[in-house]
Ligand binder design. Structure first.
Ligand code: GLY
Ligand code: MN
Ligand code: MN
Length: 490
């Protein structure tokens, strides 16, 4: 009973809010998604069908789930944000159950009790009104959907992960997948060994989606720009607020406050806020250090997601506002590497050149500073990881609906959006002289590729060491707040 009452308190405000709230008016429109389905259809091989499932709901603990996030391919092609749905795109019109169409979506039906708790569902009626997909059904009818998959030369889909729960709801995602497997003659494990077997193919669709999603349209670029602007305004506010004694989580919280204030819904990926040696853990997301120490560097990889599109921006700053001599030498070397890559960036450049450009500068710079003895592999490669000891990751990836977005990595093309993110991480205990220990630096920026070069999108947050120091002297709106002290036992 207590649980139900607790949920009621949450459910009632959500429900009343839903009746008065206007949705943001800068979401992608149904035209965009329709156009993308048409572009996919044009790329699909003759006599084929492509099937996309909505993302699974994932459980956090007991009866609480993680916040739901739609599968980016599914969102890109439909604009539908709800779980438990399947989309079929056909190369040619099909006749099924006496109707002819070249696309069809199955969505969840209404359920008054569930909607009382979770908010309104689109249902078939809502899907017809808003999604503009030729034919809409509710999920339970997928079972009787009379489509003979054996007649296609290609049935294109993504292979299934074993992470979908069966619920009591008829036609939930689990049922849709099982019914599809049965209709298409799919046996779990078959395609792991042979990804193109009979007419089933779990590899080709990804290439088509990479070709499509890697090149952004004007509507998408508007959203990427907003996500990046919001994230970098957040980074500026964090830099101004920063002082020794703050916790890593507090910095994460300030950034989140700012991006929520600007209407970004989520983090695009778990925030990384690592002080000192924590910054050397590439995907450090615990952010637990209670008090950052004077003299430490703090690495902040913070990207907001705005209407599905995410930024990916890292700044590394001295918590007390002033780089030490060693910190500045390493910082400026990373900056030089990043800027050199940005200077070469333009349509037509092979993607790998970006990493090669940054690695050359980093490696030569570290030899000059005495951290590497020479440019020979045996001096640079850490035998335990097989990676460059102090620059152990790649430098660039697409951003968009995913932080590591779908896109191709052959040649840069106009209207790609990518990161350039070199880093040097000298952890406590590394073979370098102790004066270099606990220096993690990553500088990560977001760029739009153009015909003749690239445009720095994340220019609202300073990148140069002296500009960072200057900004950190500015007053912060977060300086004056006071919260009551929390005393145990009171
Ligand atoms: N934020 C993850 C990355 O930089 O790739
Ligand atoms: Mn990145
Ligand atoms: Mn990042």
């Amino acid at each position: 009973m207590r649980k139900i009452l607790g949920l009621l308190l949450i459910a009632v405000p959500l429900f009343t809010q839903g009746q008065t709230d206007a949705r943001p008016d800068d979401l992608l429109k149904s035209d965009f998604h329709k156009q993308k389905r048409a572009e996919l259809r044009a790329k699909m091989p003759d006599n084929s069908v492509a099937i996309f499932f909505a993302n699974a709901i994932r459980n956090r603990a007991n009866d609480v789930d993680f916040l739901y996030h739609q599968d980016p391919n599914f969102y890109y092609l439909t604009g539908h944000k709800e779980p438990h749905a399947v989309l079929l795109v056909f190369k040619d019109k099909q006749e099924v159950n006496n109707e002819r169409f070249d696309e069809v979506i199955f969505v969840r039906g209404h359920d008054a009790l569930r909607e009382l708790y979770d908010g309104p569902r689109l249902g078939k009626d809502g899907a017809e009104k808003t999604l503009d997909i030729e034919v809409n059904f509710e999920n339970p009818s997928f079972k009787g959907f009379n489509l003979d998959f054996s007649k296609f030369d290609k049935v294109l889909f993504y292979d299934f992960q074993n992470d979908v729960r069966n619920t009591e709801e008829e036609g939930d995602l689990f049922d849709l997948i099982e019914q599809f497997k049965q209709k298409a003659g799919y046996k779990q494990g078959d395609l792991a060994i042979e990804p193109q077997k009979n007419n089933l193919d779990v590899v080709s669709l990804d290439t088509l989606m990479r070709e499509l999603r890697g090149i952004k349209t004007k509507e998408e670029l508007d959203l990427v720009r907003k996500a990046v602007d919001i994230s970098t305004i957040g980074q500026r506010e964090v830099m101004k607020a920063m002082r020794p004694g703050m916790s890593e989580a507090e910095i994460q919280g300030i950034h989140e406050f700012v991006f929520k204030k600007y209407g970004a819904e989520f983090e695009g990926y778990p925030s990384i806020v690592g002080a000192g040696n924590h910054g050397c853990i590439l995907h450090y997301i615990d952010n637990y250090k209670p008090a950052i120490e004077d003299g430490e560097l703090i690495l902040m990889d913070l990207g907001a997601e705005y209407h599905g599109y995410t930024a990916d921006v890292t700044r590394t700053v001295p918590v007390n506002g002033k780089f030490t001599k060693e910190q500045k030498l390493i910082y400026d070397l990373v900056y030089e590497a990043q800027q050199a890559a940005a200077d070469t960036c333009k349509a037509g450049l092979p993607f790998p050149v970006l990493y090669e450009t940054t690695a050359k500068i980093v490696n030569e710079g570290l030899v000059e500073l005495g951290l590497y003895e020479s440019l020979k592999d045996e001096d640079i490669i850490n035998p335990e990881t097989g990676r460059n000891r102090y620059y152990p990751h790649g430098c660039c990836h697409h951003i968009g609906l995913d932080v590591h977005d779908k896109g191709l990595y052959g040649t840069l093309e106009e209207n790609m959006t990518i990161t350039i993110e070199p880093g040097i991480y000298i952890s406590n205990g590394s073979p370098a002289d102790k004066k270099w220990w606990d220096i993690p630096v990553r500088i990560e920026d977001d760029y739009l590729i153009t015909k003749d070069g690239c445009i720095l999108l994340s220019d609202k947050a300073p990148r140069k060491s002296d500009e960072i120091e200057k900004l950190m002297k500015e007053p912060s709106i977060f300086s004056d707040y006071r919260l009551p002290e929390l005393k145990a036992g009171e």
